[in-house]
Design a protein around this ligand. Structure first.
Ligand code: OGA
Ligand code: FE
Length: 290
């Protein structure tokens, strides 16, 4: 197994035992993903309740089957500028992910360094994060709808809003990317993993702007939903650990065939052991310039 950095005979044995465990999932998984019906006639819309109630979706959405391949054995094949996502092993020094000050003060610095190293971008702005603790009364649960966090238009407007009009005007001539950095806050992800659609397997016409309505505010966001097509390829990384992150490309100003938008979603294993606790994670949002 590629990930077994066995430092002793004992840990080698543990990995061999795991390989023989019949409940250890390998090979493609058939899961239900919430994306846009090929024959949808209305524009997609998402409604966040802001409470523990589930999010609502209009009629454009439906759960439909998809095959999701485990990319772990070929992790080196998935590149941020080609497929739009990349798995990196990079332990964090942060211990308290419930403390916003620590996250914004210390974790953001780590994120900045990782994004710079992996993408080759020069200036990285870390501007937002979401901690998903999966608690019953929390609205921060895994997100079960195929989406790209921004549309072409909102990537630009969000960057301008975050960086400031004047500063952004100066940066505008440079190539800009948007990257999310997703890290498990459990030792090993045993439920609700994140799946990624290979950006090179989607056609721009299947990315549909979706209005997203937030509670207690007039602000309406815009993301991309994805119309299901047979050629789309899906991947996840089995048993992701707290020492690993996935970078997800949500925007690129380049239009030369580089990955621009990378739809992703949480999904459920068909044979989920229900005794396993909820998946916890943090995603951190960045804009970066070359
Ligand atoms: C993200 C995202 C969903 C989840 O990181 O952008 O959509 O369930 N995450 O963690
Ligand atoms: Fe997302």
């Amino acid at each position: 197994m590629a990930r077994a950095h066995a430092s002793s005979v004992l840990s080698l044995e543990v990995f061999e035992m795991r390989d023989q465990n019949p409940s250890n999932i390998t090979g493609p998984i058939k899961a239900e993903l919430n994306y846009i019906k090929p024959d949808a006639t209305v524009a997609p819309e998402v409604f966040y309740s802001g409470k523990s109630a589930p999010q609502k979706y209009n009629d454009a959405y439906a759960f439909m089957p998809a095959m999701i391949e485990d990319g772990r054995e070929r992790r080196g094949d998935f590149r941020i500028h080609k497929q739009g996502f990349e798995l990196v092993t990079t332990p964090t020094l942060i211990r308290d992910f419930e403390d916003t000050k620590t996250i914004e003060g210390e974790y953001y610095d780590e994120v900045r360094d990782i994004v710079r190293a992996v993408t080759g971008a020069k200036d990285v702005f870390v501007f937002d994060h979401t901690v998903r603790l999966g608690k019953a009364n929390s609205r921060r649960k895994p997100a079960h709808h195929v989406h790209n966090d921004y549309s072409d238009a909102t990537a630009q407007s969000r960057a301008e809003e975050m960086i400031g009009k004047e500063e952004f005007a100066k940066l505008k001539t440079r190539r800009m990317i948007q990257i999310n950095l997703w890290r498990p806050l459990v030792d090993i992800v045993h439920r609700s993993p994140l799946a990624f659609c290979d950006a090179s397997s989607i056609e721009p016409k299947d990315l549909l702007p979706a209005k997203i309505h937030f509670p207690d505010t007039d602000h309406i966001g815009e993301i991309y939903a994805l119309r299901k097509q047979p050629q789309q390829r899906w991947y996840y990384f089995s048993e992701m650990t707290h020492d690993e992150v996935v970078l997800i490309k949500g925007y690129d100003s380049l239009t030369d065939g580089t990955a621009r938008f990378t739809p992703h979603t949480a999904f459920e294993y068909p044979d989920q052991n229900t005794h396993v606790g909820p998946r916890k994670s943090i995603e951190t949002r960045t804009f970066a310039f070359y």
